[in-house]
Ligand binder design. Structure first.
Ligand SMILES: [Zn+2]
Length: 283
């Protein structure tokens, strides 16, 4: 068994998970607790610090702590900005953790972290590496040269807001016809209800496939990974969408594309967060 090297923390809407890994990225242990126990950020921080301090009780402190959050995060890496899915927002969680435990902490959006996690468990993954996650929301992470590609302002990978139906359903972002309005966890409920009304089957996999074609033709990735809670629960949807995308993308782009399912499932973001520590240190 290796020595504790880094800790990846995944702050989700209902649950926060901590993953303890060694130098080789092998998982040593994991722990989780409810994100919201009705006591806000103070209570959350207290529970998180308890988990971290228990891990340090053996005497070893890690090189760093990576935090993934279902939130917009500060590009300077200090904390959580807007977080509609969390019970707190605008909190300097990295600074608070660093101050309390004396270990450097960094933060990343959970989808980007999950993409890094999926990337890190593959041998020589082909790049660009595109990982698309369909859960409550729909998002993608892009890895280039072993690092998360953020785009100019930090918001690359918003595949959930690629329109798939002109003048379609209004999305949470305010635009019409976004993929996320149909294929995310929230959209699926609405879509299923509409399908019953119109007497036709939901075509979620098709809409996801259509958005994937756009992403593939623009980015020409070497690897496409499909994951997230919805696709893990409905593997057929991933199969259909992946096959559609590969057959409809430009043949020269599709020819060398590897399409795979997520191999980490719900642990992807926490493992990616743990990997973030090593990638920051080598930067
Ligand atoms: Zn949208």
């Amino acid at each position: 068994v290796g020595k504790l090297y880094s800790i990846g923390v995944d702050i989700g809407g209902s649950k926060t998970a901590a993953l303890f890994v060694d130098e080789d990225g092998e998982m040593l242990a994991e722990s989780s607790f409810p994100t919201d126990s009705g006591d806000g950020y103070e209570g959350f921080l207290k529970r998180l610090l308890e988990v971290l301090e228990r891990a340090f009780a053996g005497g070893t402190k890690p090189a760093g702590i990576g935090i993934a959050a279902a939130a917009q995060v500060s590009r300077s890496g200090n904390g959580i900005l807007d977080a509609p899915n969390l019970c707190f927002s605008h909190v300097p969680v990295c600074a608070d953790v660093e101050k309390a435990v004396g270990v450097p902490a960094c933060i990343e959006n959970d989808v980007n972290a999950a993409a890094l996690g999926e990337y890190s468990v593959r041998d020589n993954p082909r790049e660009p590496f595109l990982a698309v996650f369909v859960g409550t929301g729909v998002g993608a992470g892009i890895i280039v040269d072993g690092r998360i590609y953020h785009g100019f302002g930090g918001y690359a990978g918003e595949i959930g807001h690629i329109p798939v139906e002109p003048l379609g359903a209004v999305c949470g972002c305010g635009a019409r016809g976004c993929l996320e309005a149909y294929a995310g966890g929230v959209g699926i409920g609405r879509r299923a209800a509409a399908a019953v009304g119109y007497g036709r089957a939901p075509i979620l996999a098709d809409l996801l496939g259509v958005a994937l074609v756009s992403a593939l033709n623009l980015l020409a990735p070497g690897t496409l990974v499909l994951g997230g809670g919805v696709l893990d629960a409905y593997p057929n949807m991933a199969e259909v969408a992946g096959a559609y995308a590969k057959s409809e993308a430009l043949p020269l782009i599709a020819a060398d594309l590897i399409v795979e399912r997520s191999s980490l499932g719900p642990r992807a973001a926490a493992l990616g967060a743990a990997k973030l520590v090593a990638s920051k240190r080598s930067a």
